[in-house]
Design a protein around this ligand. Structure first.
Ligand code: FMN
Length: 362
């Protein structure tokens, strides 16, 4: 036998837990067995282990012990070792999260208000975090404009753009994009818990954990810098920080073509908002999903405004968080979208920009 290749060990205050990151199977492990699990990286017979570690008992005892560990997925038997897992490349981190957060436990009667009663009691002890973030700094009120065009046309013409026009983005267009995507459209009230924001995108439990920061590159009437979009007041708050092209290129995985856009929007998650209502790790899935909702709304709104949107997951969270001034622990960068004006000829650039074109554009 040997230990299962995808095993992740972690410790709760009281026990050691072994989680098979490729199946999600979770099982407690006696502390004193941890060294043996750690050491058993090669096929080894229980008799061999018994002779080297007499403290574990006779060969029969070790065999029974190993059999138990194999049944719990901690050890593998040589004769039925599973073939390579399709999740091997994403192990252990993504596999651990994927399998470890599957199949939530749900109340049999979701219409019952039992959980709301619990949350109301919780709200008396621990008020829910503010549904939007209020930052200090000079504010800039935003004029908006109307989004036009049919939904069908907008859906059909949305593309990821990697070439942009030289024209600056009019401020009302940026304001409209932010308003349509990130602003609080209405407030709701959950009795005993407090206000909840309602936006154009849905959000699990209306927690709306996502904040938006704008990095301006070429916006009419706006200096280049870092701004927080205040979703409640619908204004920009100047963070009084600059992001140099070099810093942005490094933060965006050297996708320099995006620096020719007019504005980047970094979505961050304020985890406490979701954690307050959902104190379990499966809720992280909601946060990832919600950035997708917002990203699509942003891209569609930009398309309807005849602009050139894009989205990217190729970035370094730490670099972006330093530019925004958020800590990466309570609030972390999750997704980046951006927008520019359309280039002459109105032609989007699917795929990577060929080297030849990159030079031609300078
Ligand atoms: C989650 C996500 C991450 C993406 N990351 C990048 C990226 O890092 N760089 C990039 O140029 N495009 C990125 N894209 C855009 C895709 O490459 C693009 O959607 C795809 O090529 C299809 O083209 P279309 O958007 O024009 O339909 C991303 C899209 C999504 C949804």
């Amino acid at each position: 036998m040997k230990r299962s290749p995808a095993l992740v060990l972690y410790w709760t205050p009281k026990s050691t837990v072994a989680l098979d990151s490729q199946t999600g199977r979770r099982t407690p492990l006696a502390h004193e067995l941890v060294p043996y699990v750690v050491a058993l990286t090669e096929w080894t017979s229980p008799a061999d282990v018994a002779s080297r570690h007499p403290d574990l008992g006779a060969a029969g005892d070790v065999e029974a012990l190993f059999e138990g560990l194999a049944q719990r997925g901690i050890f593998q038997r040589e004769d039925d070792a599973p073939s390579a897992s399709p999740w091997a490349d994403w192990s252990p981190e993504a596999a651990f999260f994927h399998f470890g957060t599957r199949d939530g436990r749900y109340a049999k009667h979701p219409e019952s208000d039992a959980y709301d009663v619990t949350l109301r009691a919780k709200a008396r002890q621990v008020p829910q975090p503010a549904p939007t973030k209020l930052m200090s700094g000079p504010t800039l009120d935003l004029p908006t404009c109307a989004v036009q065009g049919s939904l069908a046309d907008t859906l059909a013409t949305r593309r990821t753009w990697r070439r942009f026009g030289r024209r600056a983005l009019p401020l009302p267009a940026l304001a409209t994009l932010l308003h349509e995507t990130f602003a609080v459209q209405r407030w709701g009230m959950v009795p005993g818990q407090g206000r909840v924001a309602l936006k154009t995108s849905p959000s699990g439990g209306a927690r709306h954990a996502i904040e938006a920061y704008v990095i301006t590159l070429r916006v009419d009437g706006l200096k280049n810098g870092v701004f927080h979009y205040d979703a409640a007041r619908k204004c920009l708050v100047d963070r009084q920080r600059v992001a140099t092209p070099g810093q942005l290129a490094a933060a965006l995985a050297h996708q320099r073509y995006f620096l020719r856009a007019a504005a980047l929007v970094v979505m961050t998650a304020v985890f406490a908002r979701a954690m307050w209502r959902y104190p379990y790790s499966r809720a992280y899935r909601s946060i990832l999903t919600e950035t997708g909702h917002l990203g699509q709304t942003f891209c569609l709104a930009a398309t309807a405004l005849q602009l050139a949107p894009f989205c990217t997951m190729a970035f370094r969270e730490t670099d972006l968080e330093m530019l925004l001034g958020v800590d990466g622990i309570n609030e972390s960068a999750m997704y980046v979208v951006g927008v520019g004006t359309r280039p002459a000829g109105n032609v989007e650039q699917p795929g990577r920009i060929p080297q030849r074109l990159r030079h031609a554009e300078r």
